[in-house]
Design a protein around this ligand. Structure first.
Ligand SMILES: [Zn+2]
Length: 156
């Protein structure tokens, strides 16, 4: 098998409630007709990592960043609004999810020291070309936290 050139480690949320089941998330991809999962690893609220695909495989994490990316997600990223009518973006990571996510980031940084560790939203187009992906340029909120500052210590 041809070795992939990993340039990005992309952190995601599933944009579901943190109680969503792995099977429900997988079924959502099937319903969209996806042959591949959306992420390589999926971390549930208890901090357990579910292996959905080998790093050698391409997944459907972010358009334009799949051939060169490894995609890791935590289950969550939305809460119910006060009136219960809609789901709104929020950083819903549990302590266990934070710990497992950081373990993956550390491990992947060692495996792929030249890869950039980014949040999905950081891959939004830089509309004003200032070199910074500002909140007003985010095409989505995923993963609902600032990956760069969160893992600054890991990247040192
Ligand atoms: Zn995402």
């Amino acid at each position: 098998m041809k070795k992939r050139n990993i340039k990005y480690i992309v952190i995601h949320c599933t944009a579901s409630l943190s109680t969503a089941a792995v099977s429900t998330i997988k079924n959502g991809w099937k319903a969209r007709g996806w042959k591949n999962p959306g992420y390589h690893r999926l971390i549930d609220a208890q901090g357990k990592a579910h292996i959905l695909s080998s790093y050698a495989n391409v997944v459907n994490g972010a358009k334009g960043y799949n051939q060169t990316g490894i995609h890791i997600a935590y289950i969550g990223g939305v809460v119910r609004s006060m009136d219960y009518r809609k789901l709104v973006p929020a950083d819903t990571r549990t302590l266990a999810q934070r710990q497992t996510l950081e373990l993956f980031v550390r491990e992947l940084h060692q495996l792929y020291p030249n890869a950039k560790i980014v949040g999905h939203r950081d891959l939004s187009p830089d509309l004003n070309k200032d070199g910074v992906i500002s909140p007003n340029e985010w095409t989505k909120m995923c993963p609902c936290f600032d990956v760069k500052s969160e893992y600054a210590g890991v990247m040192k």
